[in-house]
Ligand binder design. Sequence first.
Ligand SMILES: Nc1nc2c(ncn2[C@@H]2O[C@H](COP(=O)(O)OP(=O)(O)OP(=O)(O)O)[C@@H](O)[C@H]2O)c(=O)[nH]1
Ligand SMILES: [Mg+2]
Length: 226
Amino acid sequence: MIIKQADFVKSAVYEKDYPEHLQKLEFAFVGRSNVGKSSLINSITTRRKLAKTSKTPGRTQLINYFLINHEFYIVDLPGYGFAKVPKAMKKEWGDTMNRYLASHRGKFVFVLLDIRRIPSEEDMDMLKWLDHYNVPFKIIFTKMDKVSANEKFKCMKDIRKKIEFRNDDVLFHSSLTNNGKEDVLTFIENMLLQNYVEPVFPVEEEQILEKDEEKNKFLEANEGGE
Ligand SMILES: Nc1nc2c(ncn2[C@@H]2O[C@H](COP(=O)(O)OP(=O)(O)OP(=O)(O)O)[C@@H](O)[C@H]2O)c(=O)[nH]1
Ligand SMILES: [Mg+2]
């Protein structure tokens, strides 16, 4: 896929502030703060300064929307897992994410994991959360330039102690060399060709209550652990 146009649309916290839905799948990037979400968005769009990158983790608590080829959105979600942030901020992050994942926007999520790190409890929670909300996702291992072929093999072995995956089911990327960029773009292109839109089913009131209970349990569990 060739990216001819990529522009920042807006930042949002609440669903009412998300931009107009385009009836196209939107592609959101989640992951630990500093894992390389914004860098990856810049790499695949070939716009060095589209998404703000930073050495200081946890700067942005907003959902940032970018319009690509006047056709679909890419969404930069706030990162998690930064140490020493006030509990209130963690709760805010949880609420923002929760609202986004629960929204009916036909979304596909890329979960970014640093190839050199064993997935954290927060990464594991994120995977569970996606599962809970039935949001389709794919793992992208980032910062591949930091490991040799041998190290990559060893890192994957360690990561497999926590997450099961087949090599064909994951993507690898480096924002420094742009290796893997085409794989990400081809994947996005294929998803768009399938014209996948998240189905909206009527939900019984009881189910909503059940979902809310589960959600609260999840949020409570994630408030602790500091
Ligand atoms: N060597 C290398 N460094 C990278 C790569 N991707 C990101 N970085 C660096 O990692 C740091 C964090 O990158 P960001 O893209 O800002 O990370 P983020 O996930 O958007 O972080 P938050 O916005 O805080 O959630 C920056 O200093 C980047 O230059 C990569 O593929 N290779
Ligand atoms: Mg970022």
